[in-house]
Design a protein around this ligand. Structure first.
Ligand SMILES: Cc1cc2nc3c(=O)[nH]c(=O)nc-3n(C[C@H](O)[C@H](O)[C@H](O)COP(=O)(O)O)c2cc1C
Length: 182
């Protein structure tokens, strides 16, 4: 019988087509072991959380919950919006924290990172995100902290990360995530 592949699910806190954080996720996924599977979650159709919808989950939420259920660990890349995480990311974490969705995040490892054209590298958003992950009972990788400031200077026109220092941090983060999966 063939061995089941370890599955990492990526969540991008930005819905923007040319999101730097999505590019960062794809670059990070290429630093995972070759036999790992990586899937980027599509969160673009997730409706605003509403307890009234829990008796019959919207299809996009059911699909996302099923994907999350199949994950051995998660990788989140978040922009910073007004010193915190974007509402769309918090919304997804709220949905997936619920028993109605099977609470597929609880007790699973998660690595986080974030990119911004600004100077502070999403430090404030990531601090908030760690609080939220504590609330949903995930198991965060604490180090390295991957903050990517001035992100627009660190990729080529094909979306490939060109900055060696950032790549090194990404590799360390992927190694730490792999080590956290039992
Ligand atoms: C509503 C809003 C608030 C923002 N607030 C911050 C902020 O507090 N700190 C920061 O570094 N960048 C802030 N930005 C700039 C984002 O970091 C920038 O748009 C970034 O490229 C978004 O990530 P993405 O490229 O993955 O979409 C803000 C952008 C928006 C749209």
């Amino acid at each position: 019988m063939s061995k089941r592949q370890v599955h990492i699910v990526g969540i991008c806190g930005s819905l923007r087509k040319d999101s730097w954080n999505r590019k960062l996720l794809f670059n990070a996924s290429q630093l995972l072991p070759n036999d790992y599977r990586f899937t980027l979650a599509d969160i673009s159709s997730i409706p605003p959380f509403n307890e009234d919808l829990e008796s019959q989950l919207p299809q996009p939420v059911t699909d996302l919950a099923r994907l999350a259920e199949s994950a051995d660990a998660f990788l989140i890349s978040t922009p910073e919006y007004n010193y915190s995480v974007p509402g769309v990311l918090k919304n997804v974490l709220d949905w997936l924290s619920r028993p109605s969705a099977g609470a597929p995040l609880a007790l699973k490892p998660v690595a986080i990172m974030g990119a911004t054209p600004g100077l502070f590298g999403t430090a404030r958003a990531q601090t908030h995100l760690r609080d939220i992950l504590f609330g949903v009972n995930m198991v965060p990788v604490n180090r390295p902290e991957v903050l990517v400031p001035q992100v627009h200077t660190k990729f080529d026109e094909h979306g490939m990360l060109t900055d060696a220092t950032t790549r090194n941090f990404l590799q360390q983060l992927m190694d730490a995530l792999v080590a956290s999966i039992r």
